[in-house]
Design a protein around this ligand. Structure first.
Ligand code: ADP
Length: 241
């Protein structure tokens, strides 16, 4: 699923959160939106998701205009910083959730749901946790379950907002490798918000650098890292070793 963002603007009062953004994301690409806090990354992600409406501009998925479409119609999966797992549900029930709430017409049978959930739990190598509750898992394990849950509905687009932000450095590093591996296996078009340049450099196929609501750089990790033309980016990426 390709994503096309055309002249998208968003203000909150007088504050310009997203400033005339144009961006095309290719099918199967893992794109990082990188930038300091307050640069408009989350707002742009929420506009792509349909959780927020742009003031002007257009969003297309595979050349189809979805600007006014509700989040539930867009076929997107989410992973957020704070695990949004349901505490009172087992891991199995959490991963199955998106399938069980589908309208009857589209809902798979119990056996099909079980097969799919088990396959996803194997994919994130946590099949042994199926009957446990989120509180019995580590932070990193919970985020892997959140990923499995987002993938259960076979999203056309996977959106991740600082997915590893709440984890300690070692687990973060492990989960970055994890996300990369998973993405190589599934090839779902993914957009991933981070303020961590190292994370973007390690995980992404492409890095889009945002500052003050606008795109300042756009390229492969190598291109963005090596490009000294933009002082902000140079300063921002320059301290990566
Ligand atoms: P980032 O993800 O890069 O940290 P955000 O997109 O979250 O940036 O926010 C950009 C700016 O917009 C921030 O300064 C934030 O305070 C402001 N903002 C975001 N959402 C709202 C909102 N619902 N109401 C008012 N201001 C908001």
């Amino acid at each position: 699923m390709s994503i096309s963002i055309e002249q998208v603007n968003k203000r909150f009062g007088d504050f310009v959160a997203v400033d005339n953004v144009n961006l095309n994301i290719n099918t199967g690409e893992l794109t990082a939106l990188l930038g300091p806090s307050g640069s408009g990354k989350t707002t742009l992600l929420r506009i792509i998701a349909g959780l927020e409406q742009a003031d002007s501009g257009r969003i297309q998925f595979n050349n189809e205009d979805i600007t006014g479409q509700h989040v539930s119609e867009r076929g997107v999966g989410f992973v957020f910083q704070h695990y949004a797992l349901f505490k009172h549900m087992t891991v199995f029930e959490n991963v199955a959730y998106g399938l069980t709430v589908k309208p009857k017409k589209f809902r798979p049978s119990k056996a099909e749901i079980a097969k799919k959930v088990n396959k996803l739990l194997q994919l994130v190598q946590l099949d042994w946790t199926a009957d446990r509750y989120p509180a019995q898992l580590s932070g990193g394990q919970r985020q892997r379950i959140a990923l499995a849950r987002a993938l259960a509905v076979e999203p056309k687009v996977l959106l991740l907002d600082e997915p590893f932000g709440a984890l300690d450095a070692k687990v973060r590093a492990e989960l970055r490798r994890w996300l990369r591996r998973l993405h190589d296996e599934i090839h779902v078009t993914s957009v991933f918000v981070t303020h961590d340049q190292e994370e973007a450099l390690e995980v992404a196929d492409r890095i889009v650098v945002m500052n003050k609501g606008a795109i300042e750089q756009d390229g492969t990790p190598e291109q963005v890292y090596d490009h000294p033309a933009n002082p902000f980016v140079y300063e921002f990426l320059g301290n990566v070793n």
